[in-house]
Design a protein around this ligand. Structure first.
Ligand code: GDP
Ligand code: IMO
Ligand code: MG
Length: 425
């Protein structure tokens, strides 16, 4: 078997959690491959809403094994909150969750360093979620990090103290005031919760699963336009959010990747700083934010909203080798007479259709193609045959531009508000 991948093609929050939950019955195993508690993946079913940060979105399906891969960074404090919240919903993660020994830990001092670094940047801050992601990945690549497997080491506390001492020196350099003693008790309590989950050599578990014919779905976090290499650097996250990140973050060979589901909103949103060519700072932007409830699942911050950006979408499709598209939040566009889609950029006096190197300092003006909208409310539609013509024309346009099928259309936040346009293989 090959591992399928589901990842975001924009700046995150495309609706990955919802669709992973919908697709989970088709898979034996769901595996997160990168990111950490900067992610907020929302699932809605049976009238309740649930936000996951570190735990894969297949967790509500008791027969599916969920794996936190080696590419993930884990904050035990956030993880414990997730476990407690799931327990209150009757879900005991000890039954179907396992953690890679090679995943890295986020320490309280990583969070402090994130805050100190953003404060030092002032106006040019990244708009980080302040979850300690950047500092934790810096320690990983700097070869100073502490891994989940180190929790099995009797010398864990020595490793912890040595790294914290290093961090204290860095915080002193930033002249950043903090009270670590207020943070450590929660951290050490939460470590015991982590210890109650089985640790695994996940690269073996996943490859053995593939070899024995099990179906795996890899769940991405963030979005392709936040990738450390291909996003609008430095306004990016610190991990590889593209398909290649699946191979690294799970230990699966490129030849073992099967389908790549690329998920996008019918418009665009971005939370945090950084370029956003199609951003709407007007009443249409406000309408999208209000109708789409565009407020961060992790930080509650208002998301910036704008029209669909085709050069950026095609860039993400190219980087990821997307095989099929999933369009989310179509219902939010109902009632708009005209929909705009950016099909090119005006850049340095020229019209271009690629994403240029310098998107941060140069002015990028979107060139729009206008399409008719639809007035019908989509949230109660249960059959693709009942989708309005205006929406079908919008989807046709996207399929023609990208050369890919839109196989799933989402018309509301609930699990049930998901329409399959073809029978999925
Ligand atoms: P993720 O990070 O990619 O999992 O996405 P988030 O959960 O951060 O953000 C997606 C938001 O949109 C959540 O609040 C979902 O409940 C909601 N959502 C998902 N699909 C749809 C949809 O088709 N229509 C509407 N109106 N909301 C949706
Ligand atoms: P999900 O998985 C949307 C953004 C932050 C900031 C930048 C860097 O829910 O789609 P970081 O905390 O990683 O240092 O922040 O990336 N960001 C996200 N935006 N969805 C996410 O995750 C995000 N994770 C990080 O807002 O601009
Ligand atoms: Mg999110």
């Amino acid at each position: 078997m090959k591992a399928d991948v589901l990842l975001g093609l924009q700046w995150g929050d495309e609706g990955k959690g919802k669709v992973v939950d919908v697709l989970t019955p088709r898979y034996d195993l769901i595996a997160r491959f990168q990111g950490g508690p900067n992610a907020g993946h929302t699932l809605e079913f049976e009238g309740t809403k649930h936000v996951l940060h570190t735990i894969p979105s297949g967790i509500f399906h008791a027969d599916t094994l969920n794996v936190i891969g080696n590419g993930v960074v884990i904050d035990p404090v956030v993880f414990k909150k997730e476990v407690d919240s799931l327990l209150s919903r009757g879900v005991d993660v000890r039954k179907n969750l396992k953690i890679s020994r090679k995943a890295h830990l986020i320490l309280p001092t990583h969070r402090l360093l994130d805050a100190a670094s953003e404060a030092a940047k002032g106006q040019s801050k990244i708009g980080s979620t302040l979850k300690g992601i950047g500092p934790a990945y810096m320690d990983k690549t700097g070869r100073n990090g502490i891994r989940i497997g180190d929790l099995e080491n009797p010398r864990f506390i020595e490793l912890y103290t040595a790294l914290v001492d290093k961090h204290k020196a860095m915080l002193a350099h930033h002249q950043y005031a903090y009270d670590l003693s207020a943070l450590e008790p929660d951290f050490f309590t939460a470590l015991e919760v982590i210890r109650s989950i089985p640790f695994i050599d996940s690269e073996y578990v996943l490859n053995d699963a593939l070899n024995s014919g099990k179906a795996i779905l890899a769940e991405g976090a963030q979005g392709s336009l936040l990738d450390i290499d291909f996003g609008s650097y430095p306004f990016v996250t610190s991990s590889h959010t593209v398909t290649a990140g699946t191979c690294i973050g799970l230990g699966i060979a490129p030849t073992s990747i099967g389908k790549v589901y690329g998920i996008f909103k019918a418009y665009c949103t971005r939370v945090g700083s950084g370029p956003f060519p199609t951003e709407l700072n007007d009443e249409t932007g406000e309408l999208l934010r209000t109708r789409g409830h565009e407020f961060g699942s992790t930080t509650g911050r208002a998301r910036r909203c704008g029209w669909l950006d085709m050069p950026a979408l095609k860039y993400a499709i190219m980087l990821n080798g997307v095989t099929e598209l999933i369009m989310m939040k179509s219902d939010v566009l109902s009632g708009l007479d005209t929909l705009k889609v950016c099909t090119a950029y005006r850049y340095r006096g020229e019209e271009i259709t690629h994403v240029p190197y310098d998107v941060v300092n140069e002015h990028i003006e979107p060139v729009y193609t206008e399409l008719g909208g639809w007035s019908e409310d989509l949230t109660g539609v249960t059959d693709v045959a009942a989708l309005p013509d205006g929406l079908n024309r919008y989807i046709d346009f996207i399929e023609r531009e990208t050369g890919l099928p839109v196989t799933i259309v989402s018309v509301g936040p609930d699990r049930m508000q998901t329409l399959l346009r073809t029978v999925l293989a």
